[in-house]
Design a protein around this ligand. Structure first.
Ligand code: CS2
Length: 484
């Protein structure tokens, strides 16, 4: 039997099911970006609150940009799905918070209708870093083809920015109070950057609209965390046994989860603080700690691990040499760049992250993390290097991460593997030039990613050059042996 409705589940098991009446809850949130992360994180917090409060009008309309297959799967099971938490003891919960699934590619006008509805109080997003359509300075990149298209036809948008502006424009014209926007992707100042991109786009439509958005719409910064790898067949099988039903769209994640949201007065929102969400006026320090430690280590593991032949975070972190390199990297070069949030011991925080990576049940693919390096490396690795350069501190191990990333691009280039990166073309062109004249400075400059402080810093270039040679030796020997 298939999972179809809450009525068909067998609630004698220890699986948690929605305890509120799903039919009675209305949609209050439109979420853009229906990936596994949204379903295991924001939707899960909302689900817990609905369970706690016995309902509430915070149902979610979840919007995918292209994934019709997922829409069909979720529709066939009344938008229900199971979340498996994989830890020493696994646990399972059927989530009912998502009430509707839409796909922009086929029904952009319905998406806009939902976003413009007076009952929609919040639009949240997990569209990955590249979905913000920003250039290296962190402002809207108006040269992107998708943004050019949306600007040419703003009533028929296909990007997250275009959708937000079009929906806000409908509300503005109809004197409907705006929704507020909660950005949930891994980039520093995510809310602030999104707001500035939205205003910049809106200013091409009308000055009044741009001013209204600036004044009336809140875009709190946030930090989100929970490792959510692609769902494996083994988890699907486990869920089938546990539920006694076939769920064709489950998600899996680790036990740890965190959501920190900037406190903004007057936002009409679910009382997520009742289910553990932290509201604070100091999101930036949580963001920095998480981006530089967890995500920074992830990228280091991805590029180093893949070059040595590992497939998952779990395999790479159990390599003693890699682990001891990472520990040195954290203590000597990352922690000194972070101002810790009050009450958080960065040493303990970083060790807890390593322990999370060591969870044998989480098979997080390094290739998944290695995507979009041109957006991730500047935030996770170049930014702390820049801080260290300015403070006259060491950055030798961070340089190793950059060098591993360059080798990863070189490997993809030489073997004609697709590079999953919005700047793939530019990076391959830079690599081609680099391979001709073997001057790493050429690659770094041509990649267009370097902040001015690093561009003309000979010490930085020398460090990367040396690290590049070290990594070449690692690849030759198949053993990672670089001391941090
Ligand atoms: C990862 C993140 O894919 C990546 O770049 O570093 O998705 C990471 O798993 C999450 O941020 C964890 O919260």
């Amino acid at each position: 039997m298939f999972l179809q409705s809450v009525d068909c589940v067998n609630d004698t098991t220890d699986v948690i099911y929605p305890s509120y009446k799903r039919d009675d809850i209305n949609i209050g949130i439109v979420h853009l970006g229906l990936g596994a992360f949204h379903r295991s994180h924001q939707a899960m917090y909302t689900e817990q609150l609905l369970n706690l409060q016995g309902g509430g009008n915070w149902g979610i309309c979840a919007v995918s940009f292209r994934n019709e297959a997922l829409q069909a799967q979720l529709n066939s099971q009344d938008c229900l799905y199971t979340m498996a938490v994989l830890d020493v003891e696994d646990s399972f919960q059927v989530v009912g918070a998502i009430k509707e699934v839409l796909v922009v590619k086929n029904e952009a006008s319905v998406v806009l209708e939902r976003m413009a509805a007076e009952t929609t109080k919040i639009v949240s997003l997990t569209v990955t870093e590249k979905g913000y359509c920003l250039n290296t300075e962190g402002v809207l990149d108006e040269a992107l083809p998708s943004i050019i298209n949306d600007l040419a036809s703003p009533e028929n948008p296909s990007t997250a920015i275009g959708l937000l502006v079009a929906a806000l424009n409908i509300r503005f014209k109809n004197s409907i109070k705006p929704f507020n926007v909660i950005a949930c992707d891994n980039l520093p100042d995510n809310g602030r950057k999104l707001k500035s991109a939205v205003i910049q786009f809106a200013s091409h439509i009308s000055k009044e609209l741009a001013q209204w958005i600036d004044k009336e719409v809140q875009f709190p910064n946030t930090m989100v965390d929970s490792i959510t790898p692609k769902t494996e067949q083994a988890t699907i099988d486990l869920i089938d046994i546990k539920l006694g039903l076939v769920d064709s769209a489950p998600v899996q994640r680790e036990l740890f989860t965190q959501w920190v949201i900037e406190e903004c007065p007057h936002i009409e929102r679910p009382e997520w603080e009742k289910v553990g969400v932290i509201f604070t006026d100091n999101v930036e320090s949580f963001e920095n700690a998480k981006l530089r430690i967890l995500n920074g280590l992830h990228s280091a593991l991805a590029y180093i691990g893949l070059l040595v032949g590992y497939e998952t975070v779990y395999q790479a972190i159990w390599d003693k040499n890699i682990k001891s390199f990472l520990v040195g990297l954290i203590d000597n070069e990352i922690i000194p760049t972070i101002e810790a949030p009050k009450g958080l011991d960065l040493h303990d925080y970083s060790r807890a992250i390593i322990a999370r990576f060591e969870n044998p049940k989480i098979k997080h693919l390094l290739s998944q993390i290695a995507c979009d390096g041109s957006i991730k490396i500047p935030v996770r690795t170049l930014a702390p290097i820049q801080n260290n350069v300015l403070a006259n501190r060491r950055f030798k191990s961070l340089s190793v991460v950059v060098a591993a990333w360059i080798h990863f691009i070189g490997f993809s280039f030489v073997n004609k593997h697709a590079l999953h990166d919005p700047k793939a073309k530019e990076l391959f062109a830079a690599m081609s030039e680099f391979q001709e004249n073997e001057n790493i400075k050429v690659f770094l400059e041509a990649s267009g990613l370097l902040p001015d402080t690093l561009k003309n810093n000979d010490n930085f270039i020398t460090n990367i050059q040396d690290a590049y040679v070290d990594i070449a030796n690692v690849i030759k020997s198949g053993v990672f042996k670089i001391d941090a």
